[in-house]
Design a protein around this ligand. Structure first.
Ligand code: ATP
Length: 521
């Protein structure tokens, strides 16, 4: 045994002034504290370093789960008491069969031989072999001239100590997998082309065009009034396209304040700003890479951003905010708007070059009033969906109800039809809904059929302002009702134009979108 090891065995490490302390199995003679000199460090730096190395060695020899020393030829020259516990698992019954063998022959998976040959330490590593999984450390040993003369191998922790860490890691990994799965489900298309209900020539033409553009890879522009099914079609086109297995990422431009829109699309480079975004954030271009980006309400995009979007579409590359690095992307854009883009181009409110780039494959989605023959099929499909989601029984429509609905102007289109059907189902237990069940839910507040093209009003629950009992309900309920009616009236007045609606009500577009979602308008 080397003089160093000899001392490690014979000393009493951790001895306290009372003479007791831990030792590597060696009994320490009692010491009289009165005769002990005050403990001090050696005066010279070499002495301090030697002492530090010696102390470290002694601590590791005792505190590490296992330790071994090797010579230049990779032969094991010594193992600690702790290491001896691994011998049976490695196939040895006695220390003498193990010590003296080359480490690569007796410890599967070890890198100690490489550490000696390369003179490069491996400070922390995981080693798995038939004895278990271990956190290990491997350090080359040098002589006084700095030559490699062997190595120290340390087993810092075995699987019993690793178990809680491994369990926690597995738990976190599971959570991450779940979150990733949920996210990719959210980014999967919700509709296919057959979800677009309609047998009218106008609906069939929309489906034919959607199938055709799905096979191509150019930008698509969906034009149509609010609630006509533009978003549904964007999902359906993506689902039928070769990009179907890649993400579909949507962004409603009108719902995001202009100041945040650029970051939302381009993302922010790490360290670009102080605060919450210090780590950086991926933008929609990056998230949609390989797939489809659905830009809803494209007509609301500020002019300055329009030119940046055009560049991304042309070059298929972008720079995140605060970054000088260009990122390549491969994405297809489907844009939609309920606004009259050609007129906006004529008024210089929308860039002509971006319009032509987006309108390579335009699809006009007709309003419900132009395809009234679809109303029955739509009411049946929507009724089925309402019943499935709400748990209520499915309702059917009596001919007088169908005639009444078919005569409505439907400025809110299919979305409005859905809301009316949902409200009628909530307000009545009848399984067969008649015209009278729609009283108060349609323009005019009665079941009387409105003439097609009559002034449009989006339905809202009727409130009788003259009824004193109505004023005795909770204030938040009354305010919400008033708000809903005001928004519905403004939407009807602007024919569903959300920018104009927000202006009319003097609220921001983002606030309007929040309220539309809140009130199901
Ligand atoms: N042809 C259709 N068949 C079945 N459901 C439809 C159809 N068109 C629209 N819908 C339903 O109507 C609602 C509104 O559709 P969607 O959100 O796609 O309209 P939109 O044109 O994108 O509206 P907006 O311009 O206000 O964003 C959704 O619930 C959608 O599923």
């Amino acid at each position: 045994m080397s003089p160093l090891l000899q001392r490690a065995h014979n000393r009493c490490p951790g001895r306290r002034p009372d003479g007791r302390g831990r030792g590597a199995g060696v009994q320490c003679a009692p010491v009289n504290p009165a005769v002990l000199p005050a403990p001090t460090l050696p005066a010279d730096l070499d002495g301090v370093l030697r002492l530090a190395a010696q102390s470290m060695f002694e601590h590791f020899a005792v505190a590490a789960t296992g330790m071994m020393l090797l010579d230049r030829e990779h032969r094991i020259v010594w193992i600690s008491e702790g290491y001896k516990h691994f011998l049976p698992a490695l196939g040895f019954t006695h220390e003498s069969e193990f010590v003296g063998r080359r480490v690569e022959d007796v410890v599967p998976g070890t890198l100690l031989a490489e550490v000696i040959d390369s003179d490069r330490p491996i400070l922390v590593d995981l080693l798995t072999n038939r004895a278990g999984t271990f956190v290990v450390s491997r350090l080359p040993l040098h002589d006084a001239q700095g030559q490699v003369i062997g190595a120290i191998g340390l087993v810092l922790a075995d699987q019993t100590k690793l178990q809680p860490v491994v369990q926690k890691f597995a738990h976190l990994q599971q959570q991450l997998d779940d979150a990733r799965r949920q996210l990719s489900e959210q980014r999967r298309p919700k509709y296919t082309i057959s979800s677009f209900i309609g047998v009218s020539p106008a609906a069939q033409e929309v489906k034919r065009q959607a199938r055709k553009v799905a096979a191509l890879d150019s930008s698509v522009l969906l034009l149509g009034e609010t609630g006509t099914g533009k978003e549904l079609l964007a999902h359906a086109i993506h689902a039928a396209s070769p990009r179907a297995s890649k993400p579909l990422v949507g962004l409603n431009i009108a719902a995001i304040p202009d100041t945040l829109l650029e970051a939302e699309l381009f993302g922010v480079a790490g360290g670009a700003f102080t605060g919450a975004d210090r780590k950086g954030r991926e933008g929609k271009f990056a998230i949609a890479d390989g797939g489809t980006l659905f830009l809803d309400e494209i007509g609301d995009m500020p002019l300055a951003l329009q030119s940046k979007l055009l560049r991304v579409l042309q070059e298929q590359e972008f720079e995140p905010l605060g970054s000088n690095t260009v990122r390549r992307v491969d994405l297809r854009v489907i844009a939609a708007t309920s606004r009259d883009l050609p007129s906006m181009v004529a008024r210089n409110e929308f860039r002509a070059d971006l319009y032509y780039r987006l309108a390579v494959l335009p699809i006009r989605v007709p309003p419900l009033r132009e395809r009234r023959e679809d109303l029955e099929a739509l009411a049946e499909a929507l009724g089925e969906d309402i019943a499935r989601r709400s748990g209520m029984p499915q309702r059917t429509l009596e001919p007088d109800a169908l005639a009444l609905l078919a005569a409505q102007p439907w400025p809110g289109n299919i979305r409005e039809l859905r809301n009316v059907l949902e409200q009628a189902s909530l307000m009545s237990d009848a399984l067969r809904l008649e015209a009278r069940h729609f009283a108060g839910l349609l323009p005019g507040g009665t079941a009387a059929a409105a003439a097609p093209g009559a002034p449009a009003r989006i339905s809202a629950p009727a409130v009788d302002a003259t009824d004193p009992a109505a004023a005795l309900r909770p204030l938040p309920e009354q305010i919400a009702e008033l708000e809903r009616r005001a928004i519905a009236a403004a939407l009807a007045h602007t024919q569903g134009n959300k920018v104009a609606t927000a202006k009319l009500l003097r609220i921001s577009r983002a606030a309007l979108y929040e309220k539309l979602a809140l009130y199901g308008l």
